[in-house]
Design a protein around this ligand. Structure first.
Ligand code: NI
Length: 160
């Protein structure tokens, strides 16, 4: 297991469409483990494989620090409701911005053994699923920000 280098906005790999995972290999298992390590080390709630330079449809999420979620080949099946709130990304360090997201998401994905499962999420989990699935399509949340990208420090001051 290892911490991988997180690519930052401007790196073309973040705008590439990731490819479906068709078989599980030792290399892919190692990638998944490294993605979790990297996400925890960097203090993020989610990470997509292209953020560490690998064009595979793999996402890791943990919105509480105790609920690791692995989504391979994720596909959003249903969304409903709406939430408006600040969002950030490990590929856009020190920045955040307001993004409108569904408040409920149902996603279909494969697990580590490539068995299909469905997962429902609300609030932060729903937001993270949408954000990470968009990474796999080569998109960053900054494209959806309302009111401009802000420095995280300024947002923290506003909230005090
Ligand atoms: Ni991100």
């Amino acid at each position: 297991m290892a911490i991988r280098n997180v690519r930052e906005m401007g790196d073309p790999v973040l705008n590439k469409i990731c490819k479906e995972v068709k078989e599980m290999t030792p290399r892919t298992r190692e990638l998944i483990d490294d993605m979790f390590d990297t996400m925890y080390e960097e203090g993020g709630v989610g990470l997509a494989a292209n953020q560490v330079g690998i064009l595979k449809r793999i996402v890791v999420i943990d919105v509480t620090g105790e609920d690791p979620v692995l989504l391979i080949n994720p596909e959003i099946l249903e969304t409903s409701g709406e939430q408006v709130g600040n969002e950030g990304c490990l590929s856009v360090p020190g920045k955040a911005g307001v993004v409108r997201r569904p408040n409920y998401v149902k996603v279909k994905a494969c697990d580590r053994e490539l068995n299909t499962f469905e997962l429902e999420g609300t609030e932060l989990l729903a937001r993270a699923i949408c954000h990470e699935v968009e990474h796999l399509e080569g998109h960053l949340y900054v494209e959806k920000v309302e009111g401009g990208l802000k420095d995280v420090e300024d947002i923290e001051e506003e909230e005090e």
